[in-house]
Design a protein around this ligand. Structure first.
Ligand code: HEM
Length: 192
């Protein structure tokens, strides 16, 4: 078994949660943008600010519960260490160059290359950061220490936005890679 059932379930519920959070988050941002850009209403979710907030908070629980299960199971089974460690930085660079030359082996879903390891660890950390900055935006009075660590409410908004942008960038590349190497996609559905 390459991907245990709990991993596949948490992965796909996570993808669903991130899709809902992103589309409804764009609608919430549009109601009070802090950059020159806004998102086209057609790609947002919720219809209006109130509706988008409802979607956002509902998917927040899915992401939080799911992330907790994923991280706890990964740590408890020792899978995190097996799949993602070691990660020498030199290998990330070497594998990246090989990938650009079209020579990187990516067809064995039982083993992640250094670029995959780095990308997955990055997105896990990024999701945690988005979640924590989101807690500050949701309950800023109840999480004062977290709010101050984030540099205050307004800075937390920017951190949340930049984290979202990085996550969307990851997902775009991630989907292209999964389409280019369908074996990995099959394994994420069937487990092997
Ligand atoms: C529709 C969208 C998505 C597709 C088609 C997809 C597909 C896949 C596939 C095929 C793998 C296995 C890769 C391999 O074995 O080489 C994988 C792993 C992974 N994906 Fe996705 N994914 C999607 C969305 C996401 C999202 C939204 C996130 C993060 C927020 C994410 C994070 C990860 C992580 C962290 C792993 C490694 C999991 C582990 O082994 O512990 N994916 N994904």
């Amino acid at each position: 078994m390459i991907h245990p059932l709990w991993l596949r379930i948490t992965h796909w519920s996570n993808a669903l949660a991130v899709a809902i959070l992103t589309a409804s988050g764009w609608r919430i941002y549009n109601a009070s943008p802090f950059f020159d850009i806004t998102f086209p209403p057609e790609v947002t979710l919720g219809g209006w600010l109130g509706g988008a907030l409802q979607w956002h908070f509902a998917a927040m629980w899915l992401l939080g519960t799911n992330g907790l299960i994923y991280l706890t199971a990964n740590l408890a089974t020792g899978r995190l260490r097996r799949r993602f460690y070691p990660l020498p930085l030199g290998h990330v660079w070497r594998d990246m160059l090989q990938a650009f030359r079209g020579k990187l082996a990516h067809s064995d879903p039982a083993h992640y290359n250094a670029v995959q390891r780095a990308a997955y660890l990055f997105v896990i950390a990024d999701t945690v950061l988005i979640f924590l900055s989101g807690l500050v935006l949701w309950k800023s009075v109840q999480f004062p220490v977290l709010r101050e660590l984030m540099g205050g409410y307004e800075t937390a908004r920017r951190i949340h936005f930049v984290g979202m942008t990085a996550l969307v960038g990851f997902v775009a590349v991630h989907i292209v890679m999964a389409a280019l190497v369908p074996r990995t996609l099959r394994a994420m559905f069937r487990g092997r």
